[in-house]
Ligand binder design. Structure first.
Ligand SMILES: NC(=O)c1ccc[n+]([C@@H]2O[C@H](COP(=O)([O-])OP(=O)(O)OC[C@H]3O[C@@H](n4cnc5c(N)ncnc54)[C@H](O)[C@@H]3O)[C@@H](O)[C@H]2O)c1
Length: 309
């Protein structure tokens, strides 16, 4: 069970740390354009590894990825470096696309050459159009975007805080783009099977002020984190480690995650069955007309970012 991480910046380091602590993989290979950084990160982690489930951590070049079952790409500029930290910017993370696409054009063929069977997990922002670029370059479909898995957890955490309960008991999803146009499925958000609207709403509708507050907290969570700590990194590290486990163990867990969708002609997130080959099946959840419309608009925005109509 071997996982590669390409990009040993803040996000790459968090992914590696989460995987080591959770025992997600047997071997982790860390790469970076700055090989000295990859070496330092692998060395640092190796000193704590004896206290964790057995993991071999190495640094190296692309050929070290041979036989990797999953390679996560965390290389590229982040929101702060790329000037994507304004809440009123309708582009959001899409502002980083051109610069990170160039990096992907360079990296993806080298990953595919070294590890042709690996699932590729796109973490770099904006992950959905970058997954489309990676898929075209890889010429296979085993390409995932971390998508709205993290946003869905943020949604659950904020709802849990509002109701003062455990986030594990909140069933709520964000779908579509990991970005500004993401869609909050309020119509099916539930706590122990009870619709959220029935708990707080009038005639089953969630109050506008609660929706507005929670959506802003989730949609701009990255910016709030960056304002305090330069880069959002820890949540995504745990999310990426969990996705790696699902793939490596062929778990067939159902999570909101990004994959290319024929109907929308673009990569976006919907609840999907994930296993060794990546996404095996995609579900379209029950949606209100407003949610459906928002999903269509988000898909159109993603297509436009790639120059598609
Ligand atoms: N998907 C998500 O939910 C999510 C969450 C947080 C951050 N991100 C994104 O993750 C990316 C990384 O963020 P970060 O904070 O770690 O940035 P960072 O600047 O700390 O690290 C980026 C790393 O990429 C490396 N790199 C750049 N070009 C490379 C190349 N061609 N080959 C190998 N390595 C290369 C750099 O050397 C650097 O170490 C950003 O795009 C950020 O916006 C995504």
């Amino acid at each position: 069970m071997k996982v590669g991480i390409v990009g040993a910046g803040r996000v790459g380091c968090s992914c590696a740390l989460a995987m080591v602590v959770r025992g997600s993989a047997r071997t982790i290979v860390i790469l970076d354009r700055t090989s000295k950084r990859a070496k330092a990160v692998a060395t640092d982690l190796r000193y704590g590894a004896p206290l964790c489930p057995k993991t071999t951590i190495v640094d190296g070049d692309f050929e070290e990825l041979v036989d990797a079952e999953l390679v996560m790409i965390t290389a590229g500029i982040n929101e702060k470096a790329g000037g994507a930290t304004e809440r009123d910017d309708p582009q959001g993370r899409l502002r980083l696309l051109d610069r990170n696409a160039e990096i992907y054009q360079e990296i993806v063929p080298r990953i595919v050459h070294a590890a042709p069977r690996a699932v590729i997990l796109v973490v770099t922002d904006p992950p959905d159009p970058l997954a489309d670029i990676a898929r075209a370059s890889a010429s296979h479909d085993r390409v995932l975007s971390t998508g709205t898995f993290l946003d869905s957890l943020r949604f659950r955490v904020h709802l849990a805080a509002h109701f003062d309960i455990d986030a594990n008991q909140v069933e709520a999803q964000v779908i579509g783009e990991h970005g500004i146009s993401q869609v909050f499925l309020w119509s099916t958000a539930r706590i122990a099977g009870v619709p959220v609207g029935e708990i707080v709403g009038i005639r089953g509708r969630v109050p506008h002020c609660l929706r507005r507050r929670v959506e802003a907290d989730v949609r701009y969570a990255n910016i709030s984190i960056i304002e305090g700590n330069d880069a959002s990194q820890f949540g995504i590290g745990i999310v990426a480690a969990r996705i790696a486990e699902i793939v490596l163990r062929d778990e067939r867990a159902v999570i909101p995650i990004g994959s290319y969708n024929d109907r929308f002609r673009v990569t976006l997130s919907l609840p999907s069955v994930v296993g060794r080959e990546g996404v095996l099946r995609v579900f379209e959840p029950e949606m209100s007309a407003e949610e459906q419309r928002a999903l269509e608009l988000g898909a159109a925005k993603l297509r436009k970012s790639l120059g598609r109509r």
